[in-house]
Write a protein that binds this ligand. Structure first.
Ligand SMILES: *Cc1c(COP(=O)(O)O)cnc(C)c1O
Length: 365
């Protein structure tokens, strides 16, 4: 058997007709930028997540940068975030001139809320929790801290589409939330795309100007901005795929339940859901003893797995200027040596999950 971690080829094949329909619709119109398809997509997201304002952008990274920028985060400021993330979280903070301040994670791979307060200084302006793998952070606690110290919150909700915490959708807990629609996320474009959510009109209007060169109208520049517009073709595809999101997440959750049933070893800890959470499982990250050997073994059995990620953000070369060293965030560092993502996508068959589970059981025997 040969089992891929990523399902994108199968997905394109399945959706070929609908994707071609999207193309045809846009091509026929001959209009590709900031058309009705984009504002329709934004409305669809607003309805799905129950938030007031959405803006389609070029990428999740742009969404993070614009969120920080719109909140006035700048040089000399500090923003608290997690060392377990894709580099874009810390990178966006650095790009607006501020300093990413890492706080260690808990065993669920999300920021440890008990450790946040001790990292707050006079320069701290915001907290950027990362909803890693589509599990929303402990937002009640984070909101309490933010209120006490008058800090802004920017949710890195790049993986948050379809996730809930206390029955509220990701992105509902902060001043602005940044989402990615990169091909590897649950709601995915055919290329780069992202968006922000906010309930604050002033922030919405600021970013709306900024994403389109600060143009109030064709000949009326209010501020100097950038070009970070969501393409109409991707907006149309995302609106189509949004209708399938619930099904996809459900299927992935069922697949993980099957792993729970079939895996018979204590050497692996499968992802767990907390009582307040409904996780969307962008990745199925498990903690594995003897991780690297397990990965090699599974490779010989035709099973593709990936490590998200082997290096916490504070130990990358780019972080040198921040002054961190090995040992600063022991939980994050330990987890990075244990995490492994197994295939759990919606196209997997039960017998494939059984096969993978059996191989895992065999490895540890
Ligand atoms: C994917 C991702 C991003 C970046 O999103 P892009 O759309 O690729 O720019 C940021 N943060 C996290 C946690 C991500 O997973």
């Amino acid at each position: 058997m040969k089992i891929d971690l990523i399902d994108l080829k199968k997905r394109s094949y399945d959706e070929k007709k609908e994707l071609v329909d999207c193309f045809n619709k846009i091509i026929k119109k001959g209009s590709f930028v900031l058309t009705k398809e984009v504002s329709d997509f934004e409305k669809n997201i607003q309805n799905y997540t129950n938030n007031k304002y959405c803006l389609g952008l070029n990428s999740g990274t742009d969404a993070l940068m614009m969120a920080l920028w719109a909140l006035g985060i700048k040089k000399g400021d500090e923003v608290i975030t997690s060392p377990i993330s894709f580099v874009a979280s810390a990178g966006a903070i650095a790009h607006v001139g501020a300093k990413p301040v890492f706080v260690d994670v808990d065993n669920d791979l999300n920021i440890d809320v008990k450790l946040i307060e001790r990292s707050i200084t006079k320069k701290t302006k915001a907290i950027m929790p990362v909803h890693w793998t589509g599990k929303i952070c402990k937002m009640t606690e984070i909101l309490k801290i933010a209120k006490k110290y008058k800090l802004k919150i920017i949710e890195d909700s790049a993986q948050g589409m379809g996730s809930y915490y206390k029955n509220k959708h990701a992105g509902s807990f902060s001043d602005i939330a940044a989402f990615s629609a990169h091909p590897l996320k649950n709601l995915n474009a055919i290329g780069d795309a992202g968006f922000i959510l906010t309930n604050k009109k002033t922030l919405y209007e600021k970013i709306k100007l900024y994403r389109n060169h600060g143009l109030k109208s064709r000949d009326n520049v209010h501020i100097f901005g950038v070009n970070s517009r969501l393409d109409s073709i991707n907006a149309e595809i995302l609106s189509y795929r949004l209708k399938k999101l619930k099904f996809i997440i459900n299927k992935r959750r069922k697949n993980i339940s099957l792993y729970r049933k079939y895996i018979k070893t204590n050497n692996i800890i499968l992802p767990k859901e907390d009582i307040y959470n409904y996780d969307s499982y962008v990745m199925m990250v498990s903690k594995c003893k003897n991780r690297d050997k397990l990965q090699k073994f599974l490779q010989t059995k035709g099973i593709q797995t990936l490590i998200y990620y082997g290096t916490p953000l504070h130990l990358h070369k780019a972080s040198k200027v921040l002054g961190y060293k090995k040992g600063d965030f022991p939980v994050a560092e330990k987890l990075c040596s244990e995490v492994l993502s197994f295939p759990h996508h919606q196209h997997l068959k039960p017998n494939e999950i059984k096969y993978i589970s059996n191989c895992i059981n065999k490895f540890y025997e």
